[in-house]
Ligand binder design. Structure first.
Ligand SMILES: C[S@@+](CC[C@H](N)C(=O)[O-])C[C@H]1O[C@@H](n2cnc3c(N)ncnc32)[C@H](O)[C@@H]1O
Length: 205
């Protein structure tokens, strides 16, 4: 029985989710494209595309047509595949620690005909790559210190003219995160606020 004493505890950010695979599908409908995406247990938002993720994809500006773009914490790739389809001449990196998620992003990119997506673990992105745009529904559940370290690590790789867009729910600390990013030297503005979600626009430090 799920949740029984002795069950392995599984998180969507585990490298190898303890829960058995149970493939599923979700649909993402945006004004400019619609995607059928493969999902699985042990991966974030497996039953439906997260409302925050959809808001981020609706509200953030169109991605640059070229350059390196990052979906930080890609899950099954809703953001990465959208970026890949919106900017077919860009290189889109979908990065996640969860290997089941990385495999799903690769499969979803292939199914969507987006050959410009590289779905990889964090250590597989070459150190010299700088990002012209970063999109993320970041893993707030990993804890404040780990989240801050993650954001400093990747936002520090924005190119000089690059921008990042983050979606975070206000109940999960969006406003204090925005203040903290500003104090760290990343110019941060609230692009939009809807349904309790904030979409933050972040510049390089
Ligand atoms: C809130 S989920 C968003 C997933 C997906 N982008 C979406 O919108 O459906 C955050 C993701 O960050 C990943 N993650 C957690 N820690 C990470 C890390 N250190 N580096 C990269 N990704 C990480 C999790 O595995 C999870 O897939």
């Amino acid at each position: 029985m799920a949740g029984s004493v002795g069950d392995p505890v599984s998180h969507y950010f585990d490298a190898d989710p303890a829960v058995a695979s149970e493939p599923g599908r979700v649909r993402l409908v945006l004004p400019d494209l619609a995607l059928d995406l493969a999902t699985d247990r042990g991966v974030f938002a497996r039953e439906a595309v997260d409302a925050g993720t959809k808001l981020l994809l609706m509200e953030s500006p169109p991605p640059p047509p070229e350059g390196d773009l990052l979906d930080l914490g890609c899950g099954y790739g809703a953001i990465a595949v959208t970026l890949g389809r919106r900017s077919p001449a860009a290189r889109v990196w979908g990065v996640d620690v969860n290997r089941r998620a990385v495999a799903l992003t690769a499969a979803n990119a292939a199914a969507a005909g987006a050959a410009n997506i590289r779905a990889v673990g964090p250590e597989e992105v070459p150190a010299e790559v700088r990002f012209d745009g970063i999109w993320s529904n970041p893993p707030v559940r990993i804890g404040k210190a780990a989240l801050q370290a993650l954001l400093v690590r990747w936002l520090g790789r924005l190119s000089p003219g690059g921008r990042a867009w983050l979606v975070v729910h206000k109940h999960l600390g969006a406003d204090s995160l925005a203040r903290w990013l500003g104090a760290e030297g990343f110019a941060t503005e609230r692009l939009t606020s809807r349904m309790g979600y904030r979409v933050l626009e972040v510049g390089p430090s």
